[in-house]
Design a binder for this molecule. Sequence first.
Ligand SMILES: Nc1ncnc2c1ncn2[C@@H]1O[C@H](COP(=O)(O)OP(=O)(O)O)[C@@H](O)[C@H]1O
Ligand SMILES: [Mg+2]
Length: 473
Amino acid sequence: MTPKVFTKLLSLLVLLLVLHTLVMEFVFRRLVEHSAGVDLHLLGREALWSGLIALAVAIPIAAWVASRISVRLRRVVSFARSIADGDLSARLDQPGDDDLSAMEAALNQTAERLGRSFAEIESRRQELAAMLDSMQEAVVAITPEGYVRWSNAVMQRIAGTQIRPGRTLVHSVRDPEVLACVRGALENREVRFGRASSLAPGRIFEINAAPLPSGGALVVLHDVTRIEAAEKSRRDFIANVSHELRTPLTSIQGYVETLVEDPNSNPETTREFLAVILKNATRMNRLTEDLLALASVESPDYKLTLQPARASALVHDAIQSLGGIVVDSKVELESSGAPDALVMADPDAMNQVFGNLIENALKYGDAGKRIRVGARLLTSEAATEVQFTVQDFGPGIAFEHLGRIFERFYRIDKARSRDSGGTGLGLAIVKHIVQAHGGRIWAESELGSGAQFHFTLPLAPAAVGEKTAPPNA
Ligand SMILES: Nc1ncnc2c1ncn2[C@@H]1O[C@H](COP(=O)(O)OP(=O)(O)O)[C@@H](O)[C@H]1O
Ligand SMILES: [Mg+2]
């Protein structure tokens, strides 16, 4: 195209020069006609020569001018191509102050503005992508034809490599509820809500699919697994509490009604009935006490008064203060030894922990006739801590119950637990107290050989790294 422009410019200049020569010859002819005695042919030849000389001088000049313009135009064309290819850093030289230079300056300015606008758009796009990636919700944008346009990091984590821009949503996400909501949003141009349970194993998502003004749809998936689990746990808890309260209450109501209806019943029966009423009232009282204790240790405001205490002293105190309840049962409560290492512990909370564990050992493991309480230093790669153990030699706990006995209201033998005044909340309370200390709790058992309840407490800061005394016998 540019050589064409060059040729056209050159042809135009040559045409102008030929026209000029012809006009000059015509003027000369007219001049000669009016002036007598002048050699016409001589004048004509001179005019022709002068025209030819002018032509010979003008053609190279015209060619030079045309080639300069052509070079600059070629630069403009290559500049335009660079811009079209996305290279917004391309610029034109502006050699003079002619019209072409003004055009080049205007083009440079346009390219610079375009560059700035694109940089701004790109930085906004990156900001938006970072914002969407940092969201807890999964987000995916769909084209009007049902292809994935874009998805955020959470969505990519859920759908894995399946989700890619340009792929159909049907091939990226298999959950039928998600697909139905997207179809609704695309076809009816209205917001659709739903619940996806097969998007990721064991997880539940709330779906919100909204049509986009530019066509297509935006899908937001909110993970509600935890909320649903918490809600279920709350419902189960209320059902359990109601059930636990209703049983003794129904019994109390029945006995009281009988007593009211027959005020003259014999004193022996009345005493019997009153004893049952008292037993049930005590049970309700124990349940409400345990519920209050659990509410307190589960509360975010639960505060421990931590102070350094020797492991050996904690074990000693536990045996001393609980020795009383063991006396009648003919079960022996003994120490299996404990180091003098200093741990951080709240003395009242520790009484609660040992109280619950020893009481359980007594209630469920009394057949073994022996309960051992002790502690030892536990050194792992992560930390050094003290592991406390309450061990009985009773029937033990079957493996399938070991992980569950720390759940609220979980009891292996409900009737036995109730008969012995249990609420099923003791181990749940103990677990929370140990965890509030920064420790762990677990149970080990072999059926027929008794059960061991272990919990750990972190060492007091001063004791960390210090050589601790060997365990007491
Ligand atoms: N030492 C133990 N030996 C056998 N079973 C135990 C022992 N300690 C706890 N359990 C079982 O764990 C269950 C939960 O204990 P806990 O939360 O203290 O409730 P509770 O004692 O009120 O029944 C008990 O009902 C019992 O079945
Ligand atoms: Mg208990």
